[in-house]
Design a protein around this ligand. Structure first.
Ligand SMILES: [Zn+2]
Ligand SMILES: [Zn+2]
Length: 175
């Protein structure tokens, strides 16, 4: 697929054009061009190590979304993307190369242009990794918060003075 077409679709979802979304477009393009090994369906799982603009490209182009549970966020602050396919049992990790923008300071426009003229292989270190996708989120029972009465996933309930509290109520009352 052409990078310009992918960018157009990702920008429509994300709201603006930026180097971040271009990084996500390049990661998505690698998977889309890979064909059968990484079919674009619910068996594709993406593990991302940042929550920046790039993730919106994955959500719009690959259908890996928080709502479906096939997008997993690790708060590492890195532009690394690991994709698992539960059908083919394949996994691949794309790591943004440190030297992508060279040593000189590039403007936002220059960075965007450089990315749009690159192939995924140019900007990412790409290697096959073991197929061990993280556990998918389980559905937990809800417990009513004793303070605000919101039904709250049991794993997020905190106990204070024998009361079951949701996280915001716990923070408010535990002072
Ligand atoms: Zn952006
Ligand atoms: Zn509450």
């Amino acid at each position: 697929m052409k990078i310009d077409d992918l960018m157009k679709k990702a920008v429509a979802f994300h709201g603006h054009s930026c180097p971040g979304v271009a990084i996500g477009v390049l990661a998505s393009k690698y998977i889309l061009d890979k064909g059968n090994d990484f079919s674009i369906d619910e068996n594709l799982v993406a593990v991302v190590e940042n929550d920046n603009c790039s993730v919106d490209a994955l959500q719009s182009l690959l259908g890996t979304t928080f709502g479906k549970g096939n997008l997993i966020f690790l708060d590492y602050g890195k532009n690394n993307y690991t994709f698992y396919n539960r059908n083919s049992q394949k996994a691949v990790k794309l790591s943004f190369k440190p030297k992508n923008f060279g040593d000189k300071e590039l403007t936002r426009e220059e960075r965007l242009e450089m990315l749009m003229n690159s192939n995924p292989e140019d900007v990412f270190e790409i290697k096959e990794v073991k197929h061990d996708p993280p556990q998918m989120a389980k559905i937990h029972e809800s417990i009513i918060c004793d303070n605000c009465k919101d039904p709250t996933m049991s794993t997020r309930i905190k106990i204070l003075n024998d009361k079951n509290l949701c996280i915001p109520c716990y923070k408010m009352l535990n002072k």
